[in-house]
Design a protein. Structure first.
Length: 434
């Protein structure tokens, strides 16, 4: 009976969406019904939230229709009764996943319930807010099939929950992070290539620019406008600290792949002082951009300067990162890397080492950012170049290494962090275009 009422509620909402011409929203509701059929506990939690929101849709629509009937002097009692029943059934159905009958249906993966549900819902909210407030169709599906964008939101949110399931345990997160990071970068550059090839729907509006992270800071200085990317970068860093560099940067995945070629361990001889070279480079690229603008240099000439910087970035990745088994580009060359490290201090996220640490050094052998030197381990925290990648959590057999939020346990802190960073990853995947 529980799943029957849930099915009726979803189908009614889907039919209402079709009647209103929103086929994407109808697909979202039908997709959520399909998730409910998996019997996974997190899908039950999603059902509670989605149908609870759906009951508000019926309440608002019913009020609108009743007021219209009253203004026309027509009978509204029967309409009110019908809408009241539909509202009540939907609201009742939203509570069923946590009722005894619902718990007998949603029986799988109880331990991942709130974790995966939070990722699904937060991803959907992020994408819906972006879609609703963007001045142009920001999702690809809306560009090719106007009005179907919420179908893409459902697919991306489902993908996000799948990632959450795979990264629920630290060893799974260590394996999945490089993979999904590469998928994000691949989707970004594939769309860029298609756009350059003439399929302009794969590009954003405005002028095309090089996909070089340094231009996040230098581009607006040269143009005197276009501060969207710096704002997005700053907001992301405030939400998840320097994890921008290990989860969200479209070019960082290349450096990660380069550092893993050959299966080399990070070189312990990496000169840590090199992380500050990035600060010098940040000042230089901003100063050069300002000077080029002041001198009235053309956009094409500025493009040449940016292309040279990008070529040097690739050289650093494919030569030094590969040879040293470390992300040399991100750690010692990228100007936005040091910006993320410094601004990340404003976020609450930290990698902490408990006092029980025996200083075995296993964590430092897997850190590709040079953030776990002996002095850092002795101090009980990762160094400035840490990007919260989490690779160091798995080899720590004593469980002394972990994410930390004030007043929360390391395990809960880690789950909250992953909810945020996976949701942002999937948001960026949905809107990742130049």
């Amino acid at each position: 009976m529980a799943i029957i009422l849930i099915t009726i509620s979803y189908l009614l909402l889907g039919a209402h969406s079709v009647r209103g011409g929103d086929f994407g929203l109808a697909t979202f509701f039908v997709g959520c019904l399909a998730l409910a059929m998996t019997k996974e506990r997190w899908a039950g939690a999603v059902t509670t939230v989605v149908l609870g929101t759906g009951s508000l849709i019926w309440l608002l629509k019913g009020s609108e229709l009743i007021n219209m009937r009253i203004s026309l002097g027509a009978d509204w009692m029967r309409l009110g009764a019908i809408m009241g029943v539909v509202f009540a059934v939907t609201l009742f159905s939203s509570a069923l996943p946590f009722a005894p009958a619902g718990r007998k249906w949603f029986i799988r993966d109880f331990d991942k319930m709130w974790f995966k549900a939070a990722i699904f819902l937060l991803t959907a909210v992020f994408l819906e807010l972006t879609r609703s407030n963007a001045p142009f169709p920001v999702l690809l599906v809306d560009r090719f099939f106007p009005g179907w964008g919420r179908a893409e939101i459902f697919l991306i949110a489902t993908y996000a929950s799948w990632i959450g399931g795979k990264m629920f345990m630290p060893d799974g997160a260590k394996k999945m992070r490089p993979l999904i990071w590469s998928i994000f970068s691949g989707a970004f550059f594939l769309q860029l290539a298609l756009g350059i090839a003439g399929f302009d729907k794969f590009l954003m509006t405005g002028n095309l620019h090089l996909p070089v992270p340094a231009l996040i800071a230098a581009g607006p200085v040269f143009r005197g406008s276009g501060f969207f990317m710096p704002i997005l970068f700053a907001v992301s860093v405030l939400l998840v600290g320097p994890a921008w560099c290990s989860h969200l940067c479209y070019i960082g995945a290349w450096d990660d792949i380069s550092s893993r070629i050959g299966g080399k361990r990070p070189d312990a001889k990496f000169p840590h002082a090199l992380i500050w070279v990035r600060l010098i480079l940040l000042v230089l690229v901003v100063a050069v951009a300002w000077r080029l603008r002041a001198n009235g240099v053309s956009g094409f000439d500025a493009f040449i300067w940016a292309a040279i910087f990008g070529a040097v970035s690739l050289f650093v990745m494919f030569i030094f990162s590969r040879r040293m088994g470390m992300m040399i580009h991100c750690t010692a060359f990228c100007p936005m890397g040091i910006a993320g490290n410094i601004l990340g201090k404003l976020s609450p996220w930290r990698m902490k080492i408990s006092s029980d640490c025996n200083q075995c050094g296993k964590c430092s052998k897997v850190c590709r950012y040079g953030a776990l030197r002996k002095v850092d381990i002795q101090a009980g925290r990762a160094g400035l170049s840490c990007t919260l990648c989490g690779d160091c959590v798995v080899p720590c057999a004593s469980g002394c290494m972990g994410y930390k939020l004030p007043f929360l346990s390391s395990e809960l802190s880690r789950k909250i962090f992953l909810v945020l960073v996976i949701s942002l990853h999937c948001l960026f995947l949905g809107v990742a275009r130049m």
